[in-house]
Design a protein around this ligand. Structure first.
Ligand SMILES: [Zn+2]
Ligand SMILES: [Zn+2]
Length: 135
């Protein structure tokens, strides 16, 4: 086991069995609204290595676009994860819902040009104006 997470009210819990990859910050206006904060922080996990271990029936799904579903707790509103349909075997975890700080290295900022100007960002990470370049 490499980590667990939960929503604010504790009804929904999950467990990861592999390390997170593709860890990034997203500054797009939608992620700002979804999180109610300056930006979102995500990490990817393979669905085979991810398990809801409690409260799965409380999950709500917001289909933001035809490709992107956001998963929330229907009781407390915590934004737990994103399903991106072009990558059906992965799940993007909202990193703030992890119970302990995962041992990860954040890799980049995306949609940096859309960032909240009231939030100062001063790190060395790659900053993409929109999506990161394809590897
Ligand atoms: Zn909850
Ligand atoms: Zn975003």
């Amino acid at each position: 086991m490499t980590g667990s997470g939960s929503c604010a009210c504790g009804k929904i819990r999950y467990q990861l069995k592999e390390e997170l990859t593709d860890c990034s910050y997203c500054h797009c206006s939608i992620c700002r609204k979804l999180t109610g904060s300056a930006f979102a922080a995500y990490g990817a996990v393979g669905k085979v290595s991810f398990e809801w271990i409690g409260g799965e029936s409380e999950l709500s799904r917001y289909s933001q676009t035809k490709d992107t579903d956001r998963l929330f707790c229907s009781a407390c509103g915590s934004f737990l994860a994103t399903e991106y349909k072009p990558e059906p075997n992965s799940l993007y975890i909202s990193l703030g819902t992890m119970d302990e700080s995962p041992e990860i290295k954040m890799e980049y900022h995306q949609f940096f040009d859309s960032r909240a100007k009231w939030c100062e960002i001063d790190d060395e990470l790659e900053k993409y104006s929109e999506w990161p370049d394809e590897p």
